[in-house]
Design a binder for this molecule. Structure first.
Ligand code: ADE
Length: 242
């Protein structure tokens, strides 16, 4: 084999730290967020693997039906038990999941603590809802955790699932390098991140704070901590109370 024949990326042969399966009726929506930047790096390094599965594979008929009218009447379709149950059963045959997570606006709101704890798991299944949501019996009998990404309603769970995978994936050891380390992110210590500056020192007369140019790492750290405290007190006093 000549060097030109070698693949650009070395094939990854190690066991991933985390495997995430995602069940969706619109897998196209997930393709881009999962195949760029840090999520791409996590997968290229073999630290994270993601399997996106089209729920219609488990449809109840040849028309690909996965939803139906709701009992009791009312506008909006509900995602049926059968395709979801068969999909989950079939995926579970490979290996058990640590958590089966349903993305839904009535779930508990995602925060850094949840992302941190999910990043320690080995295998997750995410279910993306659509229309009026999924039949309650799937929530009762399969789902172990329900997560919302905020108090607003999206058209479906895919963008929420992409947010969750990103928030978790970047925390896996080895995904971020020192420069992008998650330890200095907002929320990791219940504080918002301090302001940051880069070149030039003077832009239109707007100057970088002198202390950042002092070359004294201790003073810089103290200044950053003060700024983080001040910013958190102003913008998110609730974090400080917690
Ligand atoms: N599906 C629709 N809206 C959502 C939200 N805010 N969070 C999670 N999943 C959702």
């Amino acid at each position: 084999m000549t060097p030109q024949d070698l693949p650009a990326e070395r094939p990854v042969d190690r066991q991933p730290l985390l495997h995430i399966d995602i069940l969706s009726v619109l897998p196209e929506l997930l393709a881009s967020p999962l195949s760029h930047s840090i999520m791409k790096r996590a997968q290229d390094k073999g630290l994270l693997t993601v399997g996106v599965h089209h729920l219609r594979q488990w449809a109840v008929n040849e028309y690909g039906q996965v939803d139906d009218y709701q009992y009791g009447g009312g506008a909006g379709m509900v995602m049926m038990c059968e395709p979801l149950a068969r999909a989950i059963d079939s995926l579970q045959e490979q290996a058990a999941y640590d958590e089966i997570i349903y993305l839904t606006p009535d779930g508990s709101t995602l925060n850094q603590k949840t992302a941190n704890s999910l990043s320690l798991k080995g295998r997750l299944l995410l279910i993306c809802g659509h229309y009026k949501g999924i039949d309650q019996r799937i929530r009762d009998h399969y789902v172990t955790r329900e997560i919302s990404i905020g108090d607003y309603v999206l058209s479906g769970g895919e963008l929420a699932a992409a947010v969750l995978v990103d928030a978790i994936g970047r925390l896996l050891p080895g995904v971020l390098n020192d420069e992008t380390s998650a330890l200095t992110d907002s929320f990791q210590d219940d504080l918002l991140a301090p302001p940051v500056y880069t070149r030039p020192v003077d832009f239109r007369g707007w100057k970088v704070p002198d202390i950042l140019l002092s070359g004294d790492p201790k003073k810089v750290d103290e200044w950053r901590y003060e700024q983080a405290l001040q910013r958190t007190a102003e913008r998110r006093p609730d974090l400080m109370k917690e």
